[in-house]
Design a protein around this ligand. Structure first.
Ligand code: 4HQ
Length: 244
């Protein structure tokens, strides 16, 4: 068994649009990635396919009803596969790269419940959801983009999804550091030169330069993530030279 995703949403088209392009499209075609999108309205039982209702106690906006979500989750679970049920919400644990790696490693399916409106009936949280995840401290109109952010970031970790071109091995975030600066042709543009070392062909020196740049940037912009970075003895030397 491997990771796969199930989505419950009232806007399946959002997923088909994003997943129908580029790298994720190819990953789905090659069956390296599995995503099943379910329309919440298909799990309603009334003529109008109602998914929301007025909030008890009054106030603005609408609340997602529990019954269609309950029905959808139980229909999806009927295959008996192990699943982690995730709700997207600003009240959840803030998502990061370590969580992406962890979810991939767990090798079970992840079922995302994507809410709209003011929110979801609290009883969904109590009785259905295993984990609540946020992609950051801002408010969106629905959980769909958050689910796509998570799927996208995990999909690119699946072996074979990225070509040699986009390979993640050399990538800075896998070091636990911010990225180093990238350059391509021309070697000089409006007086701005590409650092000589990158044109030198000396791969050892290029590696050292990139590592130093990544450490310097992380130190300047995100010092709090440096303590979790996997640093080599050489990196410690660089840190000392950078004055830390
Ligand atoms: N939502 N991280 C869904 C978010 C959000 C976030 C707002 C979740 C609207 C209905 N989700 N509700 N931030 O902004 O995940």
């Amino acid at each position: 068994m491997n990771i796969g995703f199930d989505i419950i949403t009232i806007f399946p088209g959002i997923f088909h649009a994003y997943l129908g392009e580029s790298i994720l499209k190819k990953a789905l075609q090659k069956k390296l990635l599995d995503v099943k999108v379910y329309n919440l309205r298909d799990f309603t039982t009334d003529r109008h396919k109602t998914v929301d209702d007025y909030p008890y106690g009054g106030g603005p906006g609408m609340v997602m009803k529990i019954e269609p979500i309950y029905n959808a989750v139980h229909a999806i679970k009927a295959d008996g596969l192990e699943r982690q049920i995730v709700m997207l919400s600003p009240q959840g644990k803030i998502y990061n790269q370590a969580m992406a790696e962890e979810m991939l490693k767990e090798k079970r399916r992840v079922l995302f419940i994507c809410g709209r409106y003011e929110g979801i009936d609290e009883r969904v949280r109590e009785s259905i959801v295993d984990e609540e995840i946020s992609i950051g401290d801002y408010v969106m109109t629905g959980g769909e983009l958050a689910a796509l952010v998570i799927i996208d970031s995990i999909a690119r970790l699946i072996p074979g999804v990225l070509g040699d071109e986009e390979s993640i091995k050399e990538e800075s975030f896998t070091w636990g550091l911010l990225d180093y600066p990238h350059y391509t042709r021309p070697p000089e543009f409006m007086g701005m030169k590409v650092p000589d070392v990158l044109l030198s062909g000396n791969h050892r020196e290029i590696y050292k330069w990139r590592r130093r740049q990544a450490i310097r940037r992380t130190l300047e912009r995100r010092p709090e993530i440096l303590k979790n970075a996997k640093l080599t003895d050489e990196d410690i030397e660089i840190l000392k030279e950078e004055g830390l």
